[in-house]
Write a protein that binds this ligand. Structure first.
Ligand code: KG4
Ligand code: ZN
Length: 349
């Protein structure tokens, strides 16, 4: 007899995207995201506006995800939601919605660490794409985090390197702001970099111990460089935009991979993945391929839709927690900062 299917509703609302997904075993039936244009002109996410937009979006997004998947509420086995880390007001919307729906349907509720979601997105079925084998390393790079994670099992992960100041996504977005781009500027740097020379300009390189990162020195060196150049030529940015974008992107990519290469070498690991919003960057993706070829790694690059924030990744993390019996009760609450300790050591696969 075939095993019973597991159908999970995933909800993600940690920052400025309201997302809902339906997962059937490891396959995604729907994954809808309502973005928030309201922040563009502010140069960053405005928390109060974000939570208001989540409130407006959550019901239609969940409803549409269920309809698109062709799933009715009585078919749901569990609801997984992002507990944190993220913006508290935004998290509260998804958390309250998930709690109420699970209570009304009398089904298990699963609170997911957003960063686990980014990593576990690699276990979503995607045609014949292979999944990483344990142990593997994952460079998890987003607007809020930059981590090298050692993954021993689905629910057993350890951060071995992290940023002491800005995240890689912030380095992209803050530089983009200096160059005059709206928020989030990371994808625009990527776009302009395609026509630029990555060797045109050189910026400060951090000198961090172990596997840790720092991006504040890079940001400051770019700021001072631009100020100096603009004094001599007020059109400097405009005239060199593509080269500036390509050089910034090259600097950030070099910083990121220097530590990944070191970690893989030191730990003798040849399974290497990337995850998070910055893993959508074309140079970060191609560099992982290149390093993989050069060093004999098996590399894992998520589909674009699973790089930036999405509920599919929360649903898949929820599936592994559900199988391990890791449910939460109605007392669970959103948490802006959340420790990244192994959820459990399990042989559950
Ligand atoms: O994972 P994510 O959607 O949200 C957080 O959890 O933070 O990541 C968003 C970050 C932003 O900083 C955005 O600029 C960056 O990912 N990003 C990119 C690209 N696409 C998204 N950065 C560089 N190149 C891209 N193509
Ligand atoms: Zn994220």
């Amino acid at each position: 007899m075939s095993q019973k299917e597991t159908i999970i509703l995933g909800i993600e609302s940690s920052c400025d995207d309201t997302s809902a997904a339906i997962l059937k075993n490891n396959a995604i039936l729907s994954n809808l995201i309502a973005g928030q244009k309201v922040h563009e002109s502010y140069g960053g996410v405005v928390p109060e506006l974000a939570s208001r937009a989540h409130l407006q979006n959550i019901v239609p997004v969940v409803d549409d995800a269920m309809k698109k998947a062709g799933v009715t509420i009585d078919q749901l086995d569990a609801i997984a939601f992002t507990k944190g880390p993220g913006l508290l007001g935004s998290l509260v919307v998804g958390t309250s919605f998930a709690k109420s729906m699970a209570l009304a349907l009398d089904i298990p509720l699963i609170d997911v660490n957003h960063m686990y979601g980014h990593v576990l997105a690699h276990f979503i079925d995607d045609e014949d794409k292979p999944k990483p084998s344990f142990p593997f390393l994952c460079l998890t790079v987003s607007g809020g985090h930059t981590q090298i994670v050692l993954i021993r099992d689905h629910l057993d992960m350890e951060i071995i390197g992290t940023t002491i100041d800005d995240a890689a996504g912030e380095a992209f977005d803050k530089t983009a702001k200096l160059l005059g781009f709206p928020y989030p500027g990371g994808p625009l740097i990527d776009k302009h970099a395609k026509n630029g020379n990555p060797e045109a300009f050189e910026f400060a390189k951090p000198n961090m111990k172990g596997y840790d990162y720092s991006f504040s020195g890079l940001k400051t060196s770019i700021l001072y460089f631009l100020q100096k150049q603009e004094k001599e030529n007020p059109n400097f940015i405009k005239e060199n935009l593509d080269d500036l974008c390509a050089s910034v992107q090259r600097s950030i990519t070099n910083i990121l991979f220097k530590k990944v290469v070191k970690a893989a070498k030191d730990l003798g690991i040849s399974e290497v993945a990337i995850a998070g919003g910055v893993s959508a960057n074309s140079e970060v993706r191609s560099r992982l391929q290149e390093e993989g070829k050069k060093r004999g790694w098996n590399v894992y690059i998520p589909k674009f839709e699973y790089c930036t924030d999405n509920a599919a990744m929360i649903a898949i993390a929820g599936l592994y927690m559900h199988k391990a019996g890791l449910h939460s009760d109605q007392k669970v609450s959103a948490q802006a900062r959340i420790p990244f300790s192994p959820i459990l050591r399990t042989s559950e696969k």
